[in-house]
Write a protein that binds this ligand. Structure first.
Ligand code: PLP
Length: 383
């Protein structure tokens, strides 16, 4: 349990915590009261329908986590041993892990220094005859530049699938279209700190009927739904099912998803106003073609100019009861992958990982909290 107040009575500000209401309680209680607590039950289908409609896609399939959603998306696109999947070096490790689960090879690309997304210019040189998919990740809620990626793969021999990782970007828009239906298939996460939550959970979203059918079967032990009564399994599948209890929370959260997105954007606007002009502090930008949902409001700290290191600032804010977090350590610097990429450098990804600071950004964070955080940052710097 996280205490909301500290011993001295000052409020503690969590980086991102779920916001739950009576509606979640009512729906979960309904599952318990009616005994529908496994992955069968009415909330699963309802959550999938609501989510597909929200994104504007034909199919949405609920699964046990965002990582499971990524993994199944890759399997459904036929990614297997010997294949390569291109993804940004600056992302969460789950992206590379999903590729590794298939015994395929993650191929890393640096980020663009402006919006911190996979750099389309650097993708072209990484494509080989083994490339089966590209995984753009909408980092921190800002969309990746999908059209440029599509342009890059357009004339390649053989299909290269675009698998969006939209785990941080529910409601984000690229040129007026919601992310999650820009490529062949996409993965969302409903972990407790995401835009909406089911505690743990994920969703695969696609317009492609074949991919949807494969994912439906694969999440459920490779079951052949067409031959249900004979209990036929057509592949080595997984148990990646979401429970009705989780989906009940998801259905309740969907009632507020627009409000949550608006909240994240409002918090970002406040941070931008209050932190603007502080030397050594670089604020996130929104491309003119983008609507970011600012899943995490992330600033970069330039130690020399700011007069304090990123890590020292994290510690200082922590002492004041303000929870912040370092940006992702890039994939090639993570222990399980360092051997694979030991000669490669990704300077932008490394710089983002070294300088990036996630400020409190969740649905729990109030305007007053933002004021406190900004004041604490100014004071830390001047101390
Ligand atoms: C959270 C996240 C995931 C993984 O989601 P889980 O639900 O935690 O498995 C994958 N990719 C990105 C970019 C994420 O932020």
């Amino acid at each position: 349990m996280r205490a909301s107040t500290q011993p001295d009575g000052r409020k503690r500000i969590a980086i991102a915590a779920p916001v739950l209401t009576d509606l979640e309680t009512r729906y979960v209680t309904e599952c318990l009261a009616t005994n529908w607590i496994s992955s069968k039950g009415k909330f699963i289908g309802e959550f999938e329908r609501l989510f597909a409609d929200y994104i504007g896609a034909k199919y949405a399939l609920a699964v046990s986590s965002g990582t499971a959603a990524l993994h199944l998306s890759l399997v459904a696109c036929g990614v297997r041993a010997g294949h390569e999947v291109i993804l940004p070096a600056f992302t969460m490790i789950a992206c590379a892990n999903a590729v590794t689960y298939q015994s395929a090879r993650p191929v890393l690309v640096d980020s663009d220094p402006e919006f911190w997304q996979i750099s389309p210019n650097d993708v072209g040189g990484r494509i080989s005859e083994k490339t089966r998919a590209i995984m753009p990740v909408h980092m921190y809620g800002h969309p990746a530049d999908i059209d440029s990626l599509k342009e890059t793969v357009k004339n390649r021999e053989g299909k290269i699938f675009i698998v969006e990782d939209a785990a941080e970007a529910h409601g984000a828009m690229y040129k007026g279209t919601k992310v999650g239906c820009l490529g062949d298939v996409s993965a969302f996460s409903f972990y407790a700190n995401k835009i909406i939550t089911t505690g743990e959970g994920g969703m695969v979203v696609t317009d492609d009927r074949l991919i949807a059918e494969r994912v439906a079967s694969l999440r459920d032990q490779g079951y052949d739904y067409g031959k249900r009564k004979y209990l036929v399994h057509t592949s080595v599948g997984y148990n990646y099912r979401m429970t009705n209890l989780q989906a009940a929370v998801g259905v309740a959260q969907m009632a507020r998803i627009d409000e949550f997105v608006g909240h994240h954007r409002k918090i970002a606007e406040l941070y931008t106003q209050r932190l603007h002009g502080i030397p050594g502090l670089v604020l996130p930008r929104e491309a003119e073609w983008a609507r970011s949902v600012y899943w995490m409001f992330t600033a970069l700290i330039d130690e020399d100019e700011f007069g304090m290191s990123r890590d020292a600032l994290i510690e200082k804010l922590g002492e004041l009861g303000i929870e912040t977090r370092a940006a992702f350590l890039p994939i090639h610097l993570q222990l399980p992958y360092s051997g694979q990429f030991n000669l490669e450098r990704f300077p932008v990804a490394e710089s983002l990982g070294r300088r990036g600071l996630n400020l409190p950004s969740g649905n729990n964070v109030s305007s007053e909290d933002v004021e406190s955080v900004c004041q604490a940052i100014r004071e830390a710097r001047e101390a």
